[in-house]
Design a protein around this ligand. Sequence first.
Ligand SMILES: [Zn+2]
Length: 268
Amino acid sequence: MNGAKHISQEDLALYSMQALTPEEQTEVRDHLQGCAACKAALRDILAEDALLGLSVEQQALPAGAQQRFMAHIANTPQETTLGRSAKAEPAVVSAGRKPGSGLGWLGWVTAFAAIAVAVYFGYESQQLKQQLGKDQSDIAQLSAQADRAQELTDALTSPAAKQVTLTETKQPAQPVGHATYLPSKGALIFVASNLHPVKPEKTYELWLIPANGKAPIPAGLFRPDATGSASVVLPQLPEGVEAKAFGVTIEDAQGSNTPTLPIVMAGS
Ligand SMILES: [Zn+2]
């Protein structure tokens, strides 16, 4: 391990565990500063150690490195355990503290664990970033759909929206209404045009006539604007009611719970 030669894998492995003597650690560090090849080799060892550290099984060191490591531990003055334990101080703690002997076993394990944790969280963080990116694109998509739905609602209900009813040529325009209904959601959109005006104390009322023969359900009040157009968007309706038909009556301004005949518009 002199300056002229590259550092062996085994010494790099020991260096990564800080298991060399202080002099050797310094020598390796000095060499690494000027040698890209050995730096790359050390990086590989650290990466490999970190990945192995993620698995439960204990990593086996290269044979030579293991021997030298064990020899290094054996050569460590025995006061570490014997002397200190006589003073009733925990041996592990003093081993960790002993100057000049690297990190000792505890430090060795801790160092590996630290690398493993760092790599693991690096990976986790990458995964989270990817997930976050995906969520953001989902949100953007939902938001775009919501914007579209809002535009649709605005277009249907805005006083500025132009309502045009197409009829056969030369036929006078008749009152007409279009209901779009989704029973499972109780969602209804009703748009009408060419409506006759109603007296101020009166209103049009829309009715959902259930397929099960039960009483008509009030589905919203509406009054035509100056052009004879009106709409009812998503009135309060129970979910899951199949509709046989829709009808419109004229009621007192506050509306009614039962339709007052005649039905002025109907469709099924
Ligand atoms: Zn080198």
